[in-house]
Design a protein around this ligand. Structure first.
Ligand code: PMP
Ligand code: GLN
Length: 389
């Protein structure tokens, strides 16, 4: 019999919305990927590596040049002291790094603390590994957790906590006091933190991303996950970074060796080059995205939409009731793509219990014309929604 955990799952909301956008020719502000083709020098390096480089299996843990570049980047950008040889593994995207972490670290019966809204891959993978999720519900407009919420979720059976920071879909970059609070619980309950930090380079203005691994007591009990796809705006590349203390890294490497074993060597070579030469990109990319964020937010406000603050990621959120929409997020999102030609993500899809049904996520990593037209189409969707009775 098919495994109920996977056979009962719907198609993920990102694919559902992108599929509808493709089929209907709608603008796609749903799934998070940029219109910008990504840094040309890095793409040229990848092309050159395909034509003139090595195209056979690279080392299982990843190309040494890339592992060294990852350790050097995190030392410079986040003050971490990772040993590239024993603490950095290259995976096929952050998704594989997450799967390796769950398969490698969960024993059947372990409890895993997870925050809602929850990235689509976490719960199925945690359950398939035998874990029992304990959900902590974050809610707009601040999407933050507090001591009481953690007290209710952590106990003696807690083995892991999964933290996505900066938070997709909320666009929140957690402040140090929240991270310190979570670290305190990890230490108290001897819990390992799986930190999905794929958005770490995509933070705007005064916001600063801090890795949980850098907090007291966390260096030996954190798995830090990054993604070149997000760092360089090349979301199809699926080159991930899995960083942890040597003992944890050895376990994760055993899971990685039977999930994918390796990741395309040419892309690894290009990402290594990108990390070594990326200073300008890491300045320009968030600045350009912040400008796109402002353009979309201003357009939406002009049309009477209520926009929640966002300090990072490719996403901003609209509060539907405060924007004059009395329809729930999912029917409104379906109306938007089917009747007004604009795809979005209903945030309720990222809750398993007590969904927040009032928030629509929009990806602003798009050309100006697309953002401007999307605003008009969202206003049209609102008109159609109001006229539905
Ligand atoms: N985690 C989060 C929070 C994400 O937003 C994404 C993709 N955008 C991933 C993981 C997956 O990253 P990758 O494409 O490198 O597998
Ligand atoms: N991370 C992307 C998003 O949040 C989606 C990735 C995917 O479709 N698997 O839109």
């Amino acid at each position: 019999m098919a495994d109920a955990i996977f056979s009962n799952l719907p198609t993920t909301i990102f694919e559902e919305m992108s599929g509808l956008a493709r089929e209907l020719g709608a603008l796609n502000l749903g799934q998070g990927f940029p219109d910008d083709p990504g840094p040309e020098a890095i793409r040229a390096k990848a092309a050159d590596a395909v034509l003139n480089g090595y195209n056979q299996y690279p080392p299982m843990a990843g190309l040494p040049a890339l592992r060294q570049a990852v350790a050097a980047h995190y030392a410079q950008a986040q003050g971490l002291d990772l040993d590239w040889a024993g603490e950095v593994t290259i995976t096929s995207g952050a998704t594989e790094a997450l799967a390796a972490s769950f398969l490698g670290l969960i024993q059947p019966g372990d409890e895993v603390v997870v925050f809602q809204p929850v990235y689509d891959a976490y719960l199925p993978l945690i359950r398939r590994a035998g874990g029992t999720p304990r959900l902590v519900r974050l809610a707009p407009p601040h999407w933050r957790f507090d001591r009481a919420m953690l007290e209710a979720a952590f106990n003696e059976r807690t083995r892991l906590v999964v933290l996505n920071n900066p938070i997709n879909p909320a666009g929140v970059v957690l402040p140090p006091e929240d991270l310190a609070l979570l670290a305190e619980f990890c230490v108290r309950y001897d819990v390992t933190a799986i930190c999905d930090e794929v958005w770490e380079q995509v933070v705007f203005d005064a916001a600063v991303h801090r890795p949980l691994m850098g907090f007291p007591g966390m260096r030996q009990r954190t798995v830090k996950i990054g993604s070149a796809g997000k760092m360089f705006g090349l979301t199809g590349w699926k080159v991930g970074f899995l960083c942890a203390a040597p003992q944890i890294s050895r376990t994760l490497a055993r899971a990685h060796q039977f999930l994918t074993f390796t990741t395309p060597p040419n892309l690894q070579a290009a990402v290594a080059f990108g990390l070594e030469t990326g200073a300008d990109w890491f300045t320009a990319m968030p600045r350009d995205l912040a400008r796109s964020h402002e353009r979309l937010a201003e357009g939406l406000r002009r049309e009477g939409f209520a926009v929640l603050p966002s300090q990072g990621t490719y996403f901003l959120n609209i509060d539907l009731p405060a924007s004059g929409v009395d329809e729930a997020d999912r029917p409104f999102a379906l109306r938007g793509v089917r009747e007004a030609g604009v795809a979005s993500i209903p945030v309720s899809a990222l809750y398993e219990e007590e969904p927040v049904t009032t928030i629509l996520r929009l990806c602003f990593a798009k050309r100006d014309e697309v953002l401007d037209e999307a605003v008009l189409r969202l206003a049209k969707a609102r008109d159609l929604s109001r006229a539905r009775f």
